[in-house]
Design a protein around this ligand. Structure first.
Ligand code: FAD
Length: 395
């Protein structure tokens, strides 16, 4: 996309100059001028009161390599078990593939992992590319990047989705650089642009204050990572099956510069918010760290897990692994309790796909009530003990 100023229409008001987040517009001889600092973000287009700024539409289909076809999902597995986010992406990938009229494939890399294909087919894939090698038993950056790159160069997919997990965030950019394409990280929405047939990758930008939609018009594959729980895992149908394509890749031990010594499980202290079905989160409205005892009590009564807003984490009331939101975890439980949380956009970015949101806040105008299915206006120090008492009574 390129930004163009129509000199004949520009009145030199400077509205675009103050709007540009990159300081990329200047006034010269009473007319706006775009400098090299322009990132084509398009913020200036709407700011112009006389419509003198235009952004070229993303390059149309014709600009893209025509032979790139198919939607791929990287199937992340650990110790022979598929991570939920990969199956969530198979579900979403299915929709994209259907809209494009192309096939959906999962890419399974590991050793002794052929059995995983069944689950990938059950969740909707037409095909599974399987690479098995003793050197790929556990995830390692060099080996997986080399294997994945070779597959992409051979089959030229149009779209690749990866989970925004530690492994996906490590693998995605490395592979994207090797095949010379772009990658949109941490997407919260995916769709197909009806005009260009490009994937529209949506993600928060500028501190979460706007949602940006990003296109990759000129390169293939179009790549992106998506956080766990942004999409729902499809209901598996084990009657479904597909084509299993076994691939071997040229890989030597010398290609892998790191060696896995040990895996240390930290489950005793870890907080598994992403997989929790019920989350009770506390915010600054608790007033002090002791308030989390009440949150814990409600969580225990419901069989849930404790979450926190960033304000509560920044205050040192809860450690960071409990943080929900744009810079914390993205969660999608069956029930999410927001207690003393105002509902800032950055918090909502991490929990608004929850099936049911219950908000407890003493301010009836708190933004959290706009996304809540049930809202209780009141002091959480009165409301929560009353709920806990009722739950105990019911038990
Ligand atoms: C780049 C960036 C990233 C961010 N990432 C995150 C993130 O990942 N997660 C996140 O949460 N935030 C994030 N934030 C911060 C976010 O903007 C908010 O500042 C934060 O979410 C506010 O937390 P809060 O709702 O707990 O506090 P507040 O906004 O202060 O809200 C407290 C609420 O408690 C209510 N209240 C007070 N006392 C009581 C009571 N006794 N009973 C009931 N209700 C009461 C008040 O009415 C108020 O609505 C980010 C900000 C930026 C700029």
């Amino acid at each position: 996309m390129a930004i163009n100023i129509k000199n004949e229409d520009c009145v030199g008001c400077g509205a675009c100059v103050s709007t540009c987040p990159f300081g990329a517009l200047v006034l010269e001889d009473g007319k706006a001028k775009v400098t090299d600092a322009c990132t084509s973000c398009g913020a200036c287009v709407e700011s112009c009161p006389v419509g003198a700024i235009a952004a070229d539409a993303p390059a149309a289909k014709a600009a893209a390599p025509a032979d790139a076809k198919g939607v791929w999902v990287f199937i992340e597995q650990r110790a022979g078990k598929i991570r939920n986010v990969s199956l969530e992406l198979v579900g979403e990938g299915r929709k994209l593939a259907d809209e494009l009229g192309q096939e959906l494939a999962g890419v399974v890399i590991g050793d002794g992992v052929a059995g995983l294909a069944k689950e990938v087919f059950a969740c909707g894939a037409d095909k599974v590319y399987l690479v098995e090698d003793a050197l790929l038993k556990d995830y390692n950056t060099d080996g997986y990047a080399k294997a994945f790159t070779q597959l992409i160069e051979k089959y030229r997919p149009a779209v690749i989705l990866l989970g925004a997990t530690n492994d996906g965030r490590d693998l995605g950019p490395r592979v994207a650089a090797r095949v010379k394409t772009g990658l949109t990280a941490d997407c919260t929405g995916l769709s197909i642009d009806p005009e260009t047939r490009l994937v529209a990758w949506t993600r928060p930008a500028f501190g979460g204050n706007i949602m940006a939609t990003i296109f990759c018009p000129d390169r293939r594959p179009q790549m992106g990572t998506v956080r766990p729980k942004v999409f729902k895992k499809p209901q598996p149908d084990y009657a479904k099956s597909g084509e299993l394509v076994k691939e071997s890749v040229a890989l030597a031990a010398a290609d892998i510069r790191t060696q896995l010594e040990d895996i240390i499980h930290v489950t005793a202290t870890a907080v598994n918010l992403e997989d929790a079905e019920i989350i009770v989160s506390g915010g600054r409205g608790l007033g002090n760290p002791e308030g989390f005892k009440l949150i814990q009590e409600l969580a225990e009564a419901l069989g849930g897990t404790v979450g926190a807003s960033r304000a509560a984490v920044d205050a040192g009331w809860k450690p960071y692994p409990h943080q929900v939101g744009q810079t914390g975890k993205t969660v999608g439980p069956k029930i999410y309790f927001a207690c003393g949380i105002s509902g800032a956009i950055q918090h909502l970015a991490g929990m608004q796909t929850s099936d049911m949101i219950v908000a407890i806040n003493k301010d009836p105008d708190a933004p959290i009530f706009k996304v809540a299915h049930y809202g209780i206006v009141g002091d959480l120090y009165e409301v929560i003990p009353a709920i806990v008492a009722k739950l105990k009574e019911a038990k």
